[in-house]
Design a protein around this ligand. Structure first.
Ligand SMILES: Cc1ncc(COP(=O)(O)O)c(C=O)c1O
Length: 482
């Protein structure tokens, strides 16, 4: 029988200094002891992490799956016969049934009313965003408001919007990486345009971990905007309750929530808002009826199914959908709130330690971009290491050293160029000028706009993070900057 292990007990605490640090951590953050169920889970279901000596700090890149999720899914596949949905035959009906259960599970998880929200399964969050991007009925007079803190898959919305004549604006970030809320309020107060208008922002920054106020959803809607909430980085460690906030569109990648399966995401969309979308094409699976002979060279000779099916192009990943149900149950079994409390306690400690780490002369060893405390932020931290004279150390070198020590973190701009540009103090003039000539490479391009680094190191905590993970990171930083 598995012996439940807390972190204080065996393998996790290899060194005396770690156990002392852990004891101090527990004293300063007694609430951590209440999250012990996650240590037990890690020992039982994520053993490979410690057996293989991994320090996993890239949960915003992708969460980790528990062994039990994979086993349960394999059992299901090995003991059933599942065919392509969209038919009445028994194997098809079995797959359709599981897909519909997965849809209900997603609604339940986000407390979304089935009368209000549809779940459209996609390949990932980006594919969910692309449905909105290409189908939103922009026209001259429409407005698209984006925040400078957006993943590129949200930034890409501007391409369709601008091509259809919408006015596209960015809400800037302040130096602390939070939204310039005065500008946002002023832009919303100008109201939606004469055409359909959209405001798209992330619930949590995948770059800095900043959480943007969900109160903007209702405020933007009151001004006539539809709201797209990018919840890809938020949902894994925060409860998103669609009975409390009612964004028109929400994109999710399930591997970010529970690691397995990859290749499935969804667009949660209000039926109201979906009715306004205009799909630029149709595909198998989305049409109730289509004719070749009736097509006269233009016009319409097809009828779409109702939502959500009208938005699911081709065959959904039907064998993976039951793994979404399993993953959601896995997450709910632990409790998103428990995970949230734990990762925030760990992140709070890590932020404080990174801030405190000093060179012998007293200068800091780290520069953290964004809030250095736990107010309105998640457990994603972006930073660079500094030499004794304050010069940032090439994050590529740091990454290489971390890789060699089995520490999985990430470096670069994290697909969030707007946040990077603020963090690295890039000049808007130089950035704009750089696009007028063809740089030989992205490295050359970035050197031309900034003499600082062009990105940072990112660590992010998740489902089974523990004290040893964050402690090892601080020890790594200490040694690297010696
Ligand atoms: C905030 C945010 N939005 C969107 C995405 C896109 O997700 P995917 O690559 O799974 O489509 C990511 C991925 O990292 C993200 O962090």
């Amino acid at each position: 029988m598995d012996q439940p292990q807390t972190e204080l007990s065996e393998t996790h605490l290899a060194t005396a200094s770690m156990s002392e640090a852990f004891a101090r951590f527990l004293l300063s953050r007694p609430g951590y002891a209440e999250t012990e169920a996650i240590d037990v889970l890690r020992q039982r279901d994520y053993r490979r992490l410690d057996d293989l000596g991994h320090t996993y700090l890239d949960y915003t890149g992708g969460s980790l799956y528990g062994e039990s999720q994979v086993r349960e899914h394999m059992d299901l596949l090995l003991h059933g016969v599942y065919g392509n949905p969209h038919s009445s035959n028994p194997s098809s009906s079995a797959a359709t049934h599981l897909a519909e259960i997965a849809r209900q599970d997603v609604l339940r998880h986000f407390r979304a009313s089935p009368d209000e929200y549809a779940v459209i399964f996609t390949q990932n969050a980006s594919a969910a965003l692309k449905i909105v991007a290409e189908s939103y009925p922009y026209e001259h007079g429409s407005r698209l408001l984006l925040t400078a803190d957006n993943h590129n898959s949200v930034n890409g919305l501007r391409e369709f919007a601008a091509a259809k004549g919408a006015d596209v604006r960015y809400i800037p970030l302040r130096a602390d990486m939070r939204l310039d809320e005065d500008t946002l309020a002023a832009e919303l107060a100008r109201g939606a345009g004469s055409g359909p208008s959209l405001f798209a922002y992330p619930a949590q920054s995948n770059f800095s971990g900043v959480q943007h106020d969900l109160g903007w959803i209702a405020r933007a809607q009151a001004q006539g905007f539809d709201v797209l909430l990018d919840a890809a980085a938020f949902a894994p460690t925060n409860e998103l309750r669609l009975d409390l906030v009612h964004p028109d569109f929400v994109d999710i990648s399930f591997y970010k929530m529970f690691g397995y399966p990859t290749g499935v995401g969804c667009l949660l969309a209000r039926y109201d808002a979906l009715r306004r979308l205009v799909r630029p094409w149709y595909a198998g699976g989305t049409v109730a009826f289509a004719s070749v002979m009736a097509f006269q060279g233009r016009g319409t000779a097809h009828r779409l199914f109702d939502a959500p099916f009208s938005f699911e192009d081709g065959t959904v990943d039907y064998l993976a959908l039951p793994a979404v149900s399993i993953g959601l149950r896995h997450l709910e079994g632990i409790g998103v709130d428990l995970i949230h409390r734990r990762v925030m306690l760990l992140a709070g400690w890590l932020l404080a330690e990174l801030k405190e780490l000093r060179h012998p002369g007293g200068s800091p060893r780290c520069e953290i971009y964004g809030p250095a405390d736990c107010t309105a932020r998640g457990a994603t931290i972006v930073f660079n290491l500094l030499g004794p004279d304050g010069t940032p150390i090439d994050y590529g070198l740091v990454q290489q050293a971390a890789d060699a020590q089995g520490i999985s973190m990430r470096s670069g701009c994290h697909c969030n160029p707007g946040a990077r540009e603020i963090a690295m103090h890039m000049s808007p003039r130089l950035l704009a000028e750089s696009f007028t000539h063809q740089a030989a490479s992205s490295a050359e391009f970035l050197r031309s706009v900034s003499d600082r680094l062009d990105g940072g190191l990112r660590v992010s905590l998740g489902i089974v993070s523990n004290f040893a993970d964050v402690y090892r990171l601080t020890e790594f930083v200490r040694r690297f900057t010696m």
